[in-house]
Design a protein around this ligand. Structure first.
Ligand SMILES: Nc1nc2c(c(=O)[nH]1)N[C@H]1C(S)=C(S)[C@@H](COP(=O)(O)O)O[C@H]1N2
Ligand SMILES: [Mo]
Length: 442
């Protein structure tokens, strides 16, 4: 991957790429499509003033696409509201991943949790009072279609909290060769937070599930990129068997707080261990289906892989693809940060997390000699089913020089991570190759 792709998008780069769009992102500045000149709306001006720390008497004269000089020397990464240090892959829709060292916490803090948007999130003003947020349950296999406000959901059903790992099916896509189109995620489209809500099964049972029910589908309040209100940006789902698991939640809580805006505030579905695309954000409707849900991005090639392995670059017919379900075993080194310098006289304790979709991680091994030999790491049990597991290993280096620490997890069925990118597929899903970091020993 090139140097440029690796680095977090700074304010300068963002403006260089598309000054008008950068303006809109940062300040909500509206662009006049005729002249490409921007003018600051009231909310945008307020944001800029808050940033700069004083009012701007000549704000109306400020040209669009201009970085205020007060900020021009900042080296700080351009931020998405409520997020910090993420690498931005795309700004329309917003997609941003977490560098591995920022995933070091046992539970990923809100500011570091990755963002994958297929459309445009509902404006905060339209969300309004979260207590009045509406969730509708329906579909042809729902016996008693019902609407609940978020307040009613909280009152009527028992609350449950679980740490659940969410990973985008396309995490790791950037390593596929030939390249696969789509967000060029490296390793950071993953996180594990403690989600609080009600069990999906409790709510579905309250509405009555018909005998012929096979699947649920979700709808969210985000808009399609074209702005066409009849179109969904994404509307996926899971088979009944996954929907009825204890850990499948309709959640409003994230690490004890409201779900962050970009991650689906005020309500989302959370189906841990499966492609995170099955966890619908800004959730306003669930349908119980008597067939596989047919919402946007359900059918192949979306979130699907070839039934049988194919040679890199092969064209695969949709009929020869299968929808991804449980995610494969994977791990990350979250400490130290790649590229550190370490003293030969001291041992180095590395750590990170490992996860394995619907099942668990049995062991984790680390190597400092490019995979020639491996040393077992200490692996903790998950705090609950579908939560990632923490591992730790203490390393000693034989002499000064350049090392790589490689980590490899094995799941409870004995499958382990490949060293090289596995199973090329047209859309670049499920790259679970080993993560590695660089260490200079002096
Ligand atoms: N309503 C809605 N739900 C959605 C999406 C979306 O664009 N809209 N993106 C999906 C995808 S592809 C992923 S990987 C996860 C990302 O969740 P996050 O943004 O909270 O990390 O949300 C899923 N749920
Ligand atoms: Mo995703």
């Amino acid at each position: 991957m090139s140097e440029k792709e690796q680095k977090t998008v700074g304010i300068h780069e963002l403006y260089r790429k598309n000054p008008q769009e950068a303006d809109k992102q940062l300040w909500g500045r509206e662009v006049d499509p005729g002249t490409r000149r921007g003018f600051l709306k009231k909310s945008g001006l307020a944001a800029m003033v808050a940033f700069i720390g004083s009012s701007i008497p000549f704000a109306s004269k400020m040209p669009g696409g201009l970085i205020p000089a007060a900020l021009a020397d900042t080296t700080e990464a351009f931020g998405i509201d409520g997020k910090e240090g993420l690498r931005i892959l795309n700004d329309r829709p917003i997609n941003a991943e977490t560098p591995p060292h920022l995933l070091d916490d046992n539970l990923t803090p809100a500011k570091y949790f990755f963002v994958r948007n297929n459309g445009i999130p509902p404006a905060l003003e339209t969300i309004g009072d979260p207590a009045k947020w509406m969730l509708e349950i329906g579909g042809e296999s729902c016996l008693k279609p019902t609407k609940y406000t978020l307040a009613q959901l909280k009152e009527k059903f028992k609350h449950h909290s679980y740490a659940l790992t969410l990973e985008c099916g396309g995490n790791g896509r950037s390593e596929f060769d030939p390249p696969a189109k789509g967000n060029q995620w490296s390793t950071g489209a993953v996180g594990c937070a403690q989600w609080t809500g009600v069990r999906l099964k409790d709510v579905l049972k309250d509405c009555g599930i018909a005998d012929d029910a096979v699947y649920i589908g979700y709808y969210g309040a985000d808009a399609h990129l074209t702005g066409d209100p009849r179109k969904q940006s994404i509307s996926r789902g899971v088979p009944m068997i996954k929907a009825l698991e204890d850990e499948s939640l309709i959640a409003w809580g994230f690490n004890g707080e409201d779900i962050p805006y970009q991650n689906g505030y005020p309500l989302r579905l959370v189906t841990g261990g499966w492609p995170a695309s099955t966890s619908g954000k800004w959730l306003n409707k669930i349908v119980v289906r008597n067939q596989i849900h047919d919402g946007a991005k359900m059918a192949a090639p979306s979130y699907s892989v070839p039934k049988r392995s194919v040679a890199p670059g092969t064209k695969v017919a949709n009929d020869d693809m299968v929808t991804i379900e449980s995610m494969p075993v994977k791990s990350l080194v979250t400490f130290p940060k790649s590229g550190i310098t370490h003293s030969l006289t001291e041992s180095l304790t590395c750590r990170g997390h490992a996860w394995a979709g619907d099942i668990s991680v049995q062991n984790v091994d680390v190597s400092i000699d490019f995979g020639a030999t491996w040393q077992p790491a200490d692996v903790k049990n998950p705090i609950n089913r579908l939560a990632w597991q923490h591992w730790q290993a203490t390393l000693k280096f034989p002499q000064p020089g350049y090392y790589e620490v490689w980590v490899k997890a094995t799941d409870s069925e004995g499958k382990s991570q490949p060293m090289v990118v596995p199973n090329w597929n047209p859309k670049g899903y499920l790259n679970n190759a080993c993560h590695r970091i660089a260490v200079q020993v002096v």
